[in-house]
Ligand binder design. Structure first.
Ligand SMILES: Cc1ncc(COP(=O)(O)O)c(C=O)c1O
Length: 354
């Protein structure tokens, strides 16, 4: 009998699974999550709403209330907003409706690994455009590669390097391609920048956002997409019905209603990021890169895997990104609460002075 694996597409078998190992830790600063949980009084309010709503009934087919709230928040047509089970799900939906075997998908490298993995799963030819050596976007190379592409995907701020694309450079890309341009703004709240103002002028622009980072809801899986309603109507066809459960919707709406709490926390994290960056700059053998997100990429003179395990011995879990292209000496640390950042710095300083 032949192996059932023969029925799995060869390009799938050639891929490594997107996965994260489980470690024991005291300080978790490896996944760019928010160090602050949702306040208990808000959780209680959501629980009460959820308790009083029938769990036997499906969520609304189109979550209009939530779309309306988001539309108000981003000042865009509610018809041009799609919500999903995390923004990852929406990345997949975009690829599903736009990519077929041989389609050309341009991505910068290094970037969020899911873009290449998913694009390859859909049979695309992935064209990787290296970042500049200071880990900023190489706009000219991206522009050239995107000329005859079907899809360009940019994470801005870019995970794991923290660089952003300026409006001017993004305009340049949008003007010179017929490709769809997907800008993943998972971390935009920490950069104070967004390409939302360009949406009106560029019909090929799609913006992705998430509640997993600045909005402290990673555990509930809520993401949204903003684009011209002509595009969202098509992308919606690839979404599974009722993908976003009513509990997560309620929680996300509650967070939007209390946006001032979130804004205060964003300010705090940005301030901590700047302190952490300056502190890292002062540790001999450590080179941090400027970041517009809630994480910092840093290189050291030590072997990255060795440093990762040493930090873990100190109870500090960061992200080892040394297997990413260009990043053989790099780790990524999420900005946490002040005491977490200090603990990380103490551990790193100890290890570097050994
Ligand atoms: C660039 C980028 N996009 C999307 C995500 C995932 O977002 P979500 O939790 O909404 O699926 C991440 C998570 O690390 C990310 O770094």
């Amino acid at each position: 009998m032949k192996s059932p694996l023969d029925k799995i597409r060869p390009e799938v078998r050639g891929l490594s699974q997107y996965t994260l190992e489980q470690y024991r830790y005291e300080i978790k600063i490896n996944q760019n999550e928010n160090p602050f949980d949702i306040p208990v009084h808000l959780k209680d309010q959501v629980m009460e709403l959820a308790r009083d709503r029938s769990w036997a009934r499906y969520p609304d087919f189109v979550p209009r209330d939530f779309q309306q709230k988001l539309a108000h928040y981003v000042r865009w047509d509610p018809e041009g907003i799609l919500v999903g089970n995390g923004s990852n799900e929406l990345i997949r939906s975009v690829l599903m409706v736009s990519i077929e075997k041989g389609s050309r998908v341009v991505i910068p490298v290094p970037t969020f690994t899911l873009y290449k993995l998913m694009s390859t799963l859909f049979g695309a030819d992935v064209i990787e455009v290296k970042l500049n050596t200071d880990y900023t976007f190489n706009t000219e190379a991206l522009r050239e590669a995107a000329e005859d592409a079907d899809l360009l995907i940019l994470s801005s701020p870019n995970n794991p390097t923290g660089c952003v694309i300026t409006d001017e450079n993004l305009r340049l890309l949008l003007q010179n391609t017929d490709a769809l341009v997907l800008v993943d703004e998972a971390y935009c709240e920490f950069s104070g920048t967004s390409c939302l103002p360009l949406l009106k002028s560029y019909k090929n622009l799609i913006i992705l956002r998430t509640f997993s980072k600045a909005f402290s809801l990673a555990g509930l899986r809520v993401g949204y997409l903003i684009a011209d309603p002509l595009l969202t109507r098509e992308i919606a066809k690839a979404k599974l019905p009722y993908d976003l459960n009513f509990f997560s919707q309620m929680a996300a709406m509650k967070v939007l209603e209390n946006i001032m709490i979130i804004k205060e926390r964003i300010k705090y994290i940005i301030a901590q990021r700047e302190i952490l960056y300056e502190t890292l700059q002062q540790i001999p053998g450590v080179t941090p890169y400027p970041s517009h997100a809630n994480f910092i990429l840093f290189e050291t003179i030590l072997d990255a895997k060795y440093l990762f395990s040493k930090l873990l011995e100190h109870g500090v879990l960061v992200r080892d990104v040394s297997s990413y292209p260009m990043l053989a000496k790099a780790l990524r640390v999420t900005v946490g609460k002040e005491e977490e950042n200090k603990r990380f710095v103490r551990a790193l300083t100890d290890i570097m002075s050994l």
